[in-house]
Design a protein. Structure first.
Length: 128
C-alpha cells in the first residue's frame, strides 16, 4: 500500500486499496484488514486477528464428545484416542506416548465446549 498524499486521516478520509496480482493474495488481504482495524481502533492497537475455525478440530471435538459420554455411556480417554488415531496405533503407543493422552484430553474438552457454546455457530463459520 502506498500513500500518494501525506494527509491526516479522519472519519471523512477515503482510503483506496489496490491489490495487483494473485501472489500472496490472502496474506495481503489480512494485512489490509489489520490496517483498517488499526484505523478503526483509534488507540493505536489493532484488534487481534481471528483465526478461522479449523474443520479438523471441530470434527475431532465432536467425535470426542460423542465417544466421551454424549450417548449416556461414558467412554474413557483411551476410547477417545482410539476413535481419533485408530486402535492399532493406540495399542502400540498408549503407554509410552503421553502426547496421545494429551491430545485426547484436549479433544474431549474442545467437544464439551463446542456443545456447551452452541457448536452450530462454529460450523457456520467453517469452510467445509
Amino acid at each position: 500500500m502506498v500513500s500518494e498524499d501525506l494527509v491526516e486521516l479522519d472519519d471523512n478520509t477515503q482510503i483506496e486499496v489496490r491489490l495487483k496480482g494473485r501472489e500472496c493474495f490472502r496474506e495481503r488481504i489480512v494485512s489490509v484488514e489489520q490496517l483498517f482495524s488499526l484505523h478503526r481502533a483509534g488507540d493505536g492497537n489493532p484488534t487481534p486477528a481471528k483465526r478461522p475455525p479449523n474443520r479438523a478440530k471441530l470434527m475431532e471435538g465432536l467425535l470426542a464428545y460423542d465417544v466421551g459420554g454424549a450417548s449416556g455411556r461414558r467412554g474413557s480417554l483411551k476410547d477417545i484416542a482410539i476413535a481419533i488415531f485408530g486402535e492399532e496405533r493406540i495399542d502400540r503407543e498408549w503407554s509410552s506416548n503421553r502426547s496421545l493422552k494429551n491430545h485426547a484430553v484436549r479433544a474431549r474438552d474442545r467437544g464439551r465446549a463446542f456443545v456447551r457454546d452452541g457448536y452450530r455457530d462454529y460450523l457456520r463459520k467453517a469452510a467445509f
